[in-house]
Design a binder for this molecule. Structure first.
Ligand SMILES: Cc1cc2nc3c(=O)[nH]c(=O)nc-3n(C[C@H](O)[C@H](O)[C@H](O)COP(=O)(O)O)c2cc1C
Length: 445
């Protein structure tokens, strides 16, 4: 394969926020709320010519046995002001924010993302998530909770309305004195709205749309709607299967296979030798899952207090209380706790794993471990062989956790012609190779 016909890798950075991947006990850990932390990661990623900076969203602090869970990152600023502030200190990198479609109104969201697109000169992306539980819904007016299918129905119609609002403005034409807003009207099962949209069309036409949600409905929603899928399928075989499945769904929606990029999250641990990298990766995992975290993880399925058990010992001999699944609130639920408990027992017994080792294995999402050259080879192989179109890099330290990867792995990808050395255009659509939607033809008045 020559440099010319290599598939181009897309890379984003994830600023930790809602999961327990951050190792707060490490003395190098910095603030997750100080703007300088956000700025450091965004600028560093932009220097390396990455596609985008990414924020996930958590709308209720997770609780375990009635207390805020210690290892979640608790307390974080709101996504859109953070991205707007980053627009002022960066020039090229895309700014992607996760905002749920269950608790918000389309007019507000369309306005906020059009505004971010204008302020950033075409770098806005919206990661559409439906969010998962009634516990989070309690934070919102009217309870806000919908069942799974209704969440996707609402999400689909919400995006239709947002697109109609963005399209209700003609292209901005400075010489002709600006843009023209046309009245909009939408009547559907979820929304009944009409009026005039306040915010001119942004440089990208529509902000880039990401989607995260893994069910059949989630994947269809992505195939119908999204420009990028954010997934957790980061091992090679799993990645290839997911990639094929989602790309195969595009034809039914009249879309080209290149119109949707698949970009899973991953971690990278590098060292000067393979052994050094493997040891560093093991130490990070041990720090991410200390004994009490392993016990809390098991309690989610066992539905009972297990603090009397030794995390370095075997799984509990007591039966789970399957009806007490509310012991943890605010986390994605396991579909069938009985089956999950059976599988975990079998795994632990077969492999002679302690509680902690089981949790370490279950929560490991793979990730790339090795010398910079090995990691660059692997990332490139995954992309060239369609296990993904790139990766969102998740650090274990805020805000410096990706410095070494950006300094030592990205240049190797650039050398082999699989990753850009300069941005080709100003917008995130340019970075991702996505078509810019034009204004649809309007019926004559
Ligand atoms: C990779 C991935 C990332 C997600 N990130 C978020 C997030 O940041 N905030 C959130 O509220 N939900 C997030 N979700 C949850 C989804 O919104 C959705 O509620 C959940 O996946 C259930 O939908 P599904 O059955 O289609 O997967 C994420 C899901 C996936 C698969």
């Amino acid at each position: 394969m020559t440099t010319k016909n290599r598939k181009q890798i897309h890379l984003g950075v994830h600023f930790p926020g809602v999961n327990n991947t951050t190792v707060w006990t490490d003395p190098r850990s910095g603030s997750q709320i100080d703007f300088l932390s956000f700025e450091h990661l965004a600028r560093k990623a932009e220097d390396a010519k990455l596609d985008f900076f990414f924020l996930a969203e958590g709308l209720r602090l997770r609780e375990h046995k009635g207390r805020i869970h210690d290892l979640d990152v608790v307390g974080r600023p709101d996504t859109l002001p953070v991205l707007a502030a980053l627009a002022a200190v960066t020039d090229r990198i895309g700014l992607a924010g996760t905002i749920n479609t269950t608790f918000n109104e389309p007019f507000e969201l369309a306005r906020q993302f059009a505004t971010l697109d204008l302020l950033s000169e075409g770098r806005a992306a919206w990661n559409l998530v439906t969010s998962s539980d009634a516990f989070t819904g309690e934070n919102f007016r009217r309870g806000g909770y919908l069942d799974h299918a209704d969440r996707y129905r609402r999400a689909g119609e919400l995006v239709d309305v947002a697109r109609a609002l963005w399209d209700s403005w003609d292209e901005w034409d400075a010489e002709a004195g600006g843009g023209i807003a046309h009245p909009f009207e939408h009547t559907g099962p979820q929304f009944d709205v009409r009026g005039t949209f306040t915010t001119p069309r942004g440089p990208q036409g529509h902000p880039v749309l990401f989607q995260a949600g893994d069910s059949g409905e989630g994947r269809d929603f992505a195939a119908a709607t999204a420009d990028v899928v954010f997934s957790a399928h980061s091992t090679f075989e799993d990645g290839q299967a997911f990639y094929r499945d989602v790309k195969d769904r595009l034809a039914a929606h009249g879309r080209d296979r290149d119109a949707l990029k698949i970009i899973p999250a991953t971690t990278v641990t590098i060292g000067d030798t393979p052994e050094e990298a493997a040891e560093a990766a093991r130490q990070i995992r041990l720090a991410q899952v200390p004994g009490p975290t392993a016990i809390a993880f098991l309690e989610q399925i066992w539905g009972r207090d297990l603090t009397a058990y030794d995390p370095e010992g075997p799984l509990p001999d007591v039966e789970p209380d399957y009806d007490n699944q509310a012991i943890t609130r605010g986390r994605v639920r396991h579909a069938d706790p009985r089956e999950v408990a059976r599988q975990w027992r079998e795994l632990a017994e077969t492999n002679r794993w302690s509680i902690r080792e089981l949790v370490l294995q279950l929560t490991s999402r793979g990730g790339f471990v090795g010398t910079p050259t090995h990691v660059a080879d692997e990332i490139d192989r995954f992309v060239q062989e369609d296990a993904s179109d790139g990766f969102i890099l998740v650090p274990h330290l805020t805000p410096h956790g990706l410095d070494d990867v950006l300094d030592r792995v990205v240049p190797l990808l650039q050398e082999r012609g699989s990753f850009r050395s300069e941005y080709a255009g100003p917008t995130l659509r340019d970075h991702l190779g996505l078509v810019r939607p034009g204004v649809p033809a309007r019926a004559a008045a």
